[in-house]
Design a binder for this molecule. Structure first.
Ligand SMILES: Cc1cc2nc3c(=O)[nH]c(=O)nc-3n(C[C@H](O)[C@H](O)[C@H](O)COP(=O)(O)OP(=O)(O)OC[C@H]3O[C@@H](n4cnc5c(N)ncnc54)[C@H](O)[C@@H]3O)c2cc1C
Length: 659
């Protein structure tokens, strides 16, 4: 398992690569004029607001009336996304001699901030930046079904509607398919063909009733039970649908989260570079008209309150008005909307958390604007990571050692680490940050390379295992070599995200807590380890291994990882959007992360629910939207076509060979 920062980085790379053949640009039509008579050479700096209200700055060097160098500082932005976009944006500024910068996947809001700062700095230098009025054409289009957002759920919705006979237009804000589905690795399903193959027809120990009960109980029955019920029984058909379209799905050898080790494996994985190639080919075969770099901005409603399409902005700044019998909003919720995120997480948590950037314009607002009731809004809290790129956090922030909050006190039974959602929620409840502390004795043990395979657990995941598709441990696990350990702690110290301290007083100073409180926490904890009884939080004796005794002490600051946002509107089980009287808004469907009620309050603690529900809700909504336009939706079952059978076979071979 990679740390969130590593996942973010690889996602950025994947998305950038897929997008590089067709660069998106801002819809701004302003272009600077390099009128040498008004431009004064020199260095000019300006700042602006980027993602999550973080400040970005740009310093331009102007020589002979030209921008010869740009230094972009995006260190306040999400690691792996905006924070890593600085060099690319700086070269664009010099190359284009402009602030009109291309979209950077996963860092659009950062790009907007850098554009703003560049514009200001250019104006300081005397460049003219007025609009040159090169707005693109206004266009119209019509289809049976309009899909807004061609991510995980939108792709499925468009394909299913088109296969059922409907004409379909898909508008997608970026230059590529898949959205955050490109980052996701697996989906939940029960009673799938793959489970049948592994467990035999009667071999599963859990069934739809078990998972329905688990998910509805997780929500304290406050979610959308009918929709959960639908999801739980329909997800298996999504697995077959994907296999039948050539997407290689395979069943993980074991559960991915320790919390589910006792149940059947429900996590159906895919090689996330592959699915959107197959689904993209199928969309093309079915004549789905995809308009990339096109952003829907507003839904259109007729005099009866029916949604009849949407207004969009095209790449060249023109408008595209699409009219359609049914509109499916599949925009992936609101993670990039700082105001909503602050509202949901609280200002402190939002500023402390490691938030995955979302898309610039939350589709949920478009739906609220046409009368959709506001559903439950929440975030996908998933994993705790260091605030700098290191590997030690996979040990220090993934082990049930001593964890403290910013007051130097324990705040959970660290065995919660068995479930990624639960321990992250516990950190969120402390303001989004926490600290782990290990002493030199622990470090000596964790860096003793001779311990490998001795059976002594040095790391939580070594005890329970977290595995890849081949059953091999994927998380970075101890022992770890001392060079990496030391280098990583230097990196953490340099960025004030941790460090090595000689005394508990110094640790307390770093954390910002009362040294006496921290010492008391440590004394109590050491006592629990010695007696094997955690009187405070009842942690299992197996996890009471490491005391915090002699210094130096190694401290890692953890930040709650937030994969994205969930919820926005309520729907019925046909994915039709409801108003505040729980009535259907005709012509309007929502899918994927935009839908409230699968998770309520906290993201489901079952592997693959985000992706599983997105793909399944998209498939279903596409069918219902086609039916609303008078077509008979193609029925999906678990049955495999010839292609599906071959794909399943290939997927299991790919699993063995490690792809
Ligand atoms: C790093 C990471 C790992 C994950 N791993 C997993 C996993 O293993 N299992 C799991 O179950 N879930 C996982 N998830 C969650 C999963 O990816 C999401 O639940 C899923 O992708 C949501 O699908 P969606 O269709 O709602 O949104 P997305 O897939 O995000 O698609 C939304 C699309 O809409 C487009 N868009 C937005 N606004 C507009 C607009 N106004 N006009 C036009 N287009 C617009 C966007 O550009 C995007 O392409 C992960 C998420 C992340 C970030």
């Amino acid at each position: 398992m990679k740390s969130l920062s590593q996942i973010m980085l690889s996602l950025l790379m994947v998305v950038s690569l897929t997008a590089c053949s067709s660069t998106g640009s801002t819809t701004s039509t302003d272009t600077p004029s390099t009128n040498e008579s008004t431009v004064t050479d020199g260095e000019y700096t300006a700042t602006a607001t980027g993602f999550g209200n973080g400040e970005v700055s740009v310093t331009l060097t102007v020589e002979n009336g030209e921008i010869t160098n740009a230094v972009v500082d995006t260190t306040s932005q999400s690691e792996g996304y905006g924070a890593d976009a600085s060099e690319g944006l700086a070269s664009q500024i010099v190359e284009k001699q402009s602030y009109d910068l291309d979209v950077v996947s996963g860092a659009t809001v950062t790009r907007d901030g850098v554009s703003d700062a560049t514009k200001q700095a250019m104006e300081q230098a005397g460049f003219t930046t007025e609009s040159t009025e090169t707005v693109g054409e206004d266009q119209t289009a019509n289809a049976d079904v309009l899909v807004i957002g061609m991510g995980a759920s939108g792709t499925m919705a468009a394909l299913k509607a088109a296969e059922s006979g409907a004409t379909v237009i898909g508008v997608e804000a970026t230059a590529s398919l898949g959205g955050f589905g490109n980052a996701a690795q697996g989906m939940f399903a029960i009673n799938s063909v793959e489970q049948e193959e592994r467990y035999g027809e009667d071999g599963l120990t859990t069934d739809e009733d078990y998972w329905y009960d688990h998910m509805s109980s997780h929500n304290n029955q406050r979610g959308n039970n009918k929709l959960i019920r639908t999801f739980v029984s329909e997800a298996k058909n999504t697995v077959s649908y994907l296999l039948n379209h050539g997407v290689k799905m395979f069943l993980s050898p074991t559960a991915q989260q320790i919390a589910h080790f006792d149940t059947d494996v429900v996590y159906h994985r895919w090689n996330n570079a592959d699915p959107f190639t197959h689904l993209g080919a199928a969309l093309e075969e079915n004549n789905v008209d995809i308009r990339y770099n096109t952003t829907a901005t507003e839904l259109i409603v007729d005099e009866n309150g029916k949604v009849t399409g949407a207004k969009c902005t095209t790449e060249d700044g023109g408008t595209l008005t699409v009219t359609a019998n049914s509109t499916i909003v599949a925009t992936g919720s609101f993670a990039s909307n700082a105001e909503l995120m602050e509202e949901v997480l609280g200002k402190t948590v939002y500023s402390n958390a490691n938030v995955m950037a979302g898309t610039p314009l939350p589709g949920v607002e478009m739906m609220w604007n046409v009368g959709a009731a506001r559903g439950d809004l929440l975030t996908m809290n998933h994993g705790v990571n260091a605030g700098a790129t290191v590997t030690v956090d996979q040990l220090t922030l993934n082990s049930p050692i001593l964890w403290v909050n910013n007051q130097g006190k324990r705040f959970m039974n660290e065995d919660l680490l068995k479930d990624t959602v639960e321990f992250t929620d516990a950190v969120v409840a402390q303001g989004g940050t926490c600290y782990t502390i290990v002493d030199q004795t622990t470090v000596d043990r964790w860096t003793d390379m001779s311990q490998e395979n001795t059976g002594t657990w040095v790391h939580y995941w070594d005890r329970f295992g977290i595995v890849d598709e081949n059953g091999n441990p994927t998380i970075y696990h101890a022992p770890i070599d001392i060079e990496t350990w030391n280098a990583d702690f230097e990196t953490l110290a340099a960025s004030n995200e941790g460090g090595v301290f000689d005394t508990i007083e110094e640790v307390a100073e770093f954390i910002g807590c009362n040294p006496a409180d921290l010492q008391e926490t440590i004394d109590n904890y050491n006592n629990y380890v010695q007696t094997g009884v955690d009187e405070e939080f009842f942690k299992s004796s197996e996890s009471l291994i490491y005391t915090v005794s002699e210094g130096p002490y190694y401290v890692t600051k953890g930040h709650a990882g937030v994969l994205g946002a969930l919820g926005g509107v309520n729907t019925n089980e046909k994915l039709q959007v409801l108003n505040d009287q729980y009535e259907v808004i005709e012509g309007l469907y929502a899918t994927g992360n935009n839908v409230s009620g699968i998770s309520f309050g906290s993201y489901q603690d079952v592997e693959g629910v985000g992706l599983g529900f997105s793909l399944t809700s998209g498939r279903l909504a596409g069918g219902y939207a086609a039916e609303a336009a008078g077509y008979e939706a193609v029925e999906d079952t678990t049955e495999l076509t010839e292609l599906g059978q071959t794909t399943m076979e290939e997927a299991s071979t790919a699993t063995i060979s490690g792809h």
